[in-house]
Design a protein around this ligand. Structure first.
Ligand code: NAP
Ligand code: MG
Length: 399
């Protein structure tokens, strides 16, 4: 069989620990035998970030901007213990944070669903994708502990020195204070990324805030979404039979639980943080959660939602066979290959990516899976627990 050819390279970002091992296994077992893989390779493993003073991360992000599609392995975000372990000259910033700051945009997280592993919420039949705005609000707030009595004010000094102020509260006793902000430019790109992703994946878009209480702040998010929808996306949504639906966050929570799934739920930063943990846990496993960063101008970076699975890596280093789940990393590859194929008009590549995903899902549904899923399995025959390589080989034989 001839290998599938590629025209434009993918930006390939290698990573750390167990996921770095899985990265190579996936390529060797499931991609290189079938695809004449073209990538521009960046090693974002911690030793290379240290060696290049983290320049490699910036170069990788710029390459995604140039080529439009990247695939990233999980990477270590160093803390004090990692500085010691890897003898680092600095506590390098999170690569995901660096890439997000360069590309801008929104992170979309969706579960991979398989028969035999059911969501905790029994009426969820299709995936629910959370789109989380990842800028500002409580994550960039100024906070203060105050001792009353006293008066708290919101003061804004504009570029000409003109002051606008408003009393927050006349404290008669002690208390706490917080000031948050966001930017129109960031909310606009959040909105565009959400509408664009909904169109790409042909799913309805829901958006929720607390605008009844937050009449300026949250209402402004609602207004921006509504304007962008009317001016730029309504026609295309209607053409594809898609809906944009705004509702209050409390109403959204109730509707999500009662729904069948199959839509994108856009959330403000804090709501997205909390709701994505709830939704992913209710769907089953972190190792089955995909993640893609979509920039407002349509650049895509695919990854797994989980980290480098350190505990498994230490067992691997001792020579033990691990049963680490490669699904989310595999789906990062197939997501990126399919998107590359779509942008290049390369049908064979798109088809290959979809077949590979189906082979992986069929393998689990046939009862062969890694240890993390075996405990959740509700299929008729008992689960056959596979090593990572054993699971990938089973996928390859189906493919
Ligand atoms: P983690 O790597 O996601 O692992 C947490 C635990 O979840 C694992 O110990 C394992 O549980 C289970 N798990 C996660 N992925 C799994 C998989 N594919 N198969 C089977 N089990 C899986 O999170 P962490 O331990 O908090 O972080 C480890 C490193 O990853 C840190 O250095 C962190 O900075 C980095 N990180 C990177 C990213 C990223 O690059 N996107 C995201 C998060 C964390 P058991 O051990 O109980 O089996
Ligand atoms: Mg969280």
């Amino acid at each position: 069989m001839d290998k599938i050819q590629m025209t434009t390279p993918l930006v390939e970002m290698d990573g750390d620990e167990m996921t770095r091992i899985i990265w190579q296994q996936i390529k060797d077992t499931l991609i290189l035998p079938y695809v004449e893989l073209k990538t521009e390779y960046y090693d974002l493993g911690l030793p290379e970030r240290e060696k290049t003073g983290d320049q490699v991360t910036i170069e990788a992000a710029n390459a995604i901007d140039r080529y439009g599609v990247g695939v990233k392995c999980a990477t270590i975000t160093p803390n004090a213990q990692r500085v010691e372990e890897y003898k680092l000259s600095q506590m390098w910033k999170s690569p995901n944070g660096t890439i997000r700051a360069i590309l801008d945009g929104t992170v979309f997280r969706a579960p991979i669903m398989v028969k035999g592993i059911s969501p905790v919420v029994k009426n969820w039949k299709k995936p629910i994708t959370i789109a989380r705005h990842a800028y500002g609000d409580v994550y960039r707030a100024a906070e203060m502990r105050v001792e009353g009595p006293g008066t708290a004010k919101l003061v804004f000094v504009d570029g000409n020195g003109k002051t606008t102020e408003q009393t927050i509260f006349d404290f008669h006793g002690d208390g706490v204070l917080q000031g948050q902000y966001n930017l129109d430019s960031s909310i606009l790109s959040f909105a565009r990324s959400c509408f664009q992703y909904a169109l790409d994946t042909k799913q309805d878009l829901w958006f929720s805030t607390k605008d009844t209480i937050s009449k300026q702040y949250d209402h402004h998010f609602k207004d921006i979404f509504s304007e962008i929808y009317e001016d730029e996306y309504k026609e295309q949504f209607e053409k594809h039979g898609l809906t944009y639906f705004y509702t209050l966050i409390d109403d959204a929570v109730a509707r999500v639980i009662r729904s069948e799934g199959g839509y994108i739920w856009a959330c403000k930063n804090y709501d997205g943080d909390v709701m994505s943990d709830m939704v992913s846990t209710a769907f089953g496993s972190l190792a089955m959660m995909t993640s893609v960063l979509v920039s407002p101008d349509g650049k895509y970076e695919y990854e797994a939602a989980h980290g480098t699975v350190t505990r498994h890596y230490y067992r691997h280093l001792k020579g033990e066979q691990t049963s680490t789940n490669p699904m989310a990393t595999l789906f990062a590859w197939t997501g990126a290959l399919a998107k590359r194929g779509e942008l290049d008009g390369n049908e064979a590549l798109v088809e290959f990516a979809h077949r590979l995903e189906q082979a992986a899902i069929d393998t689990i549904e046939s009862g062969v899976m890694t240890g993390d899923l075996a405990g959740l399995w509700e299929g008729e025959s008992p689960a056959q627990r596979a090593t990572t390589q054993g699971f990938l080989d089973a996928v390859a034989s189906r493919l």
